[in-house]
Write a new protein. Structure first.
Length: 340
């Protein structure tokens, strides 16, 4: 059994109408995002950008938690309030990315294993002291001829479960993130098959390593056609195929599934989540843990300039609100124009 506080935190993160902001971009990823708007990726610029997101008035109506990066959890708002404290004061739960990134998997060309287990127990203790109440670990799997291999599926499942067990020991809710990448020309049928294999491996390992599902959340990909596929599946098919796979593989004891956006457009990520919730109720809360799909319009509006902070906050608030609506299946594309 998970400690009651773990289950309470997990359920709070998937509270009705709310989801998670992923603001845990690595140094390399945030630099790419800043390059796209012509802003320099300095520590102060990164702090100022995260600050504008975290201080957006009203965002807490739709945002239950924020995943932070190691640098960010140690930074403070412009008024000197540490970010975890600022978020907590607004009823938003601070979280932390703890993996060290996907590295090439030995003897498996084109495949990766996520590193970061060494010293994780001590790092989790420190992060809990800094205010983190949940964590995230991402594993990635590519679809291609002979990919992913069973070797890749099981080694990543084993690492995800070791991470999850250490989190629960530390009083931190683990978000397990097995991401089947959508790069390529594969069909939605292939995506469904691979996503199912990955989830089967993951839940076998979590069970074997004594992880209590009630004190965890799952952060998976949606089942989508490859980005380069000629004939891509529409919103209804994506919703139906994704639900089919998750009903088959995800235990009902898991409080919530917080989907990643995985490179979808902002509006597609919202529409797909909405279509799944419109087919509810489901055994688990179906929510979101979006990075780029929540932040892209805000980043563009900000452009690295102080005078654009309010415009950027309006853009972020709007995306958070649209995804909040998708949590109940009440989102409609017309709502995008209404707020424009």
């Amino acid at each position: 059994m998970a400690a009651p506080e773990l289950e309470l935190t997990a359920r709070a993160l998937v509270a009705p109408g709310k989801g998670i902001l992923a603001a845990d971009e690595s140094d390399g990823t945030i630099k790419k995002r800043f390059d796209s708007i012509g802003a320099e990726s300095t520590e102060d610029n990164r702090r100022a950008y995260r600050d504008l997101l975290f201080t957006t008035q009203g965002a807490e109506e739709f945002i239950s938690g924020v995943i932070l990066f190691d640098e960010t959890i140690r930074q403070s708002s412009a008024d000197g309030t540490p970010f975890p404290e600022l978020l907590s004061s607004r009823g938003v739960i601070p979280g932390i990315k703890v993996d060290k990134g996907a590295k090439p998997l030995a003897n498996a060309p084109g495949e990766t294993i996520t590193e970061g287990l060494d010293g994780l127990r001590e790092r989790l203790e420190e992060y809990r002291g800094l205010g983190a109440r949940f964590a995230k670990w991402r594993a990635t799997y590519s679809i291609g001829p002979e990919l992913p291999s069973e070797y890749c599926v099981w080694t990543n499942a084993h690492a995800l479960a070791r991470y999850a067990a250490l989190c629960q020991e530390a009083g931190i809710v683990p978000i397990v993130e097995p991401e089947v990448l959508m790069d390529g020309e594969h069909t939605i049928d292939e995506a469904a098959k691979v996503t199912g294999r990955v989830l089967q491996g993951l839940y076998t390992e979590l069970r074997d390593q004594r992880v209590d599902f009630a004190g965890t959340l799952l952060k998976p990909n949606m089942v989508l056609s490859g980005y380069d596929a000629g004939d891509r599946a529409g919103v209804d098919e994506v919703a139906e195929r994704t639900l089919e796979v998750f009903y088959r593989h995800v235990p009902a004891a898991v409080p919530g599934i917080v989907f990643l956006s995985g490179g979808q457009t902002d509006e597609d990520a919202t529409a797909h989540l909405n279509a799944m919730n419109a087919r509810g109720p489901h055994p688990w809360q179906l929510s979101f843990s979006y990075g780029r799909a929540l932040q892209a319009p805000a980043l563009k509006a900000w452009g690295g300039r102080r005078e654009n902070v309010e415009a950027a906050q309006r853009a972020y608030y709007h995306r958070a609100k649209m995804n909040g609506a998708a949590r109940t299946g009440s989102y409609a594309p017309e709502m995008e124009q209404a707020a424009a």
